[in-house]
Structures are given as C-alpha cells and as structure tokens.
Ligand binder design. Sequence first.
Ligand code: ZN
Length: 260
Amino acid sequence: MDLPDLVDAHAHLDQYEGEQAQVLAELETNRILTLAQSMDPDSYPVLQTLAARSPWVVPCFGVHPWRAPAWVEQLPRVAATARQALALGEVGLDHHFVQEPEHYPAQREVLECLLDVARDRDLIVNLHSTGAERLVADLLVEHRIRRAIVHWYSGPWDVLDDLLALGAYCTVGVGVLRSQHQEELAQRLPADRLLTETDNPGGWEWLTGTQGRPELLRNVIARIAELRDETPRNIIRLVHANAVSLGMPGLEGPAEHSRP
Ligand SMILES: [Zn+2]
C-alpha cells in the first residue's frame, strides 16, 4: 500500500532566503505537508505567497513570543489577521531564552489575544512553551483550546502529562537527533499524539551550526522509529493518521496533492 504524505508540523519556510524554489521542490519530491509558521505579521504574507506556489505549504499565522513586545501595541491588527488564517503558529511563551521578565506580560497578552481567536474559530495553535510550560498549559485550559500542537517540548514530564490530558498533540523534531530529553519525549508520547517537525531551517542550525533542509524530516522519522521499536513506514502512517484526527489543514484529500 502506498505510504501517506509526510507531515512537518512546524517549520519556518520564509527563512530560506533565496532558496525557496529548491525548498518547494524538496517538499514536493518528499511529499512533505508543512505547517509553515509565522514569526509575526510581516512573515505571514511570505508564507501565503509560498502556499500559492505549492500545495505542500499551509501558511499559519502567529506572533512568536520573541516578537511579542514589538506587536503588543497592535493587537487589533494581530487578531484581524488571525481570524483570516487556517491555523495559528508560532505562538506561545518563552521564559527560558527570554531572560527579561519585563517582556513576559507582552508575551502573555499577545498569546491570550491569539488563543481567543483560536477558540472562537476552532483553529489549531502551534505552541512554543520553553520555560513557561505550566503557564501555557493553564492558559489552554482558561481559553478552552481544543486543538493544540506543542512544539519541541522541553519541559518537565508532569506538565507534559497534563498537556496530553488536555488533548494536545506533540511534535518530535530534529532535537531527537541530538538530545536525550527529546529521545525520551519520542519514547514517552502516546502513539495517538505523536507528530513530526523540523523547525527548519533554524532548528538544525541552532543544534549544529548548519541550516536544516526539509528532507531532514526523514532522519527524524527514522530516529523516532528506532526509539519506539517501530518501522519508519509505521511512524509515517501513525503521524499522518494523527494529523487527520487533529484536522490539520491541507489534508482534505489526496486529490489535492496528486499532481501528475
Ligand atoms: Zn519555530
């Protein structure tokens, strides 16, 4: 039986400057459906342009917590753009890499604005939670978020259990090729909540100094398969089934992707 498409539930395709044609070709060759994450309202139109060129790109709108202080004064614009989007991301809080507590209120205000839109429109939210995992979990409850993807989870395991109890899905990405915590995450996640990602090009660059390409997803899948004592084919099937259960945009049917 044919394998379903691969899923990269979190990547930053606008950051491949000058290489976008090659990157789109790589998505097509490898059949990688990608949830393309925005950093802010400026990166979103770039993703919309890429999506117009490729059925493998799902443009998501968000304001990354690192960018929240720059956008907190423009929440009406942020909310209006979010209301037009197919899915939200990257959104969240960062109390680890952002060491200035004076920026935390802006992060929270922007996140809460976007969570309100997600709840009203039943959108998927793609979450960054570094160092603020418990608070992110609390805000998902408070805002009654039904469809969450927790990206590159690096927090305590008891909070992960609580996020899973809320119905969240979690990605395993390129970190699994380098970090014991991410290996353990790949082993701990229940089969029905596992998704895959790359966070490329920056994810691999952060780990190794070299820009990551979309097809690195295949290495991630192979490593998850090893860690879960499964075949890569079964991991691909599992992740695709999970993306369908979550109602990930872009998976409406194979016809959309079966270009000659
Ligand atoms: Zn990201």
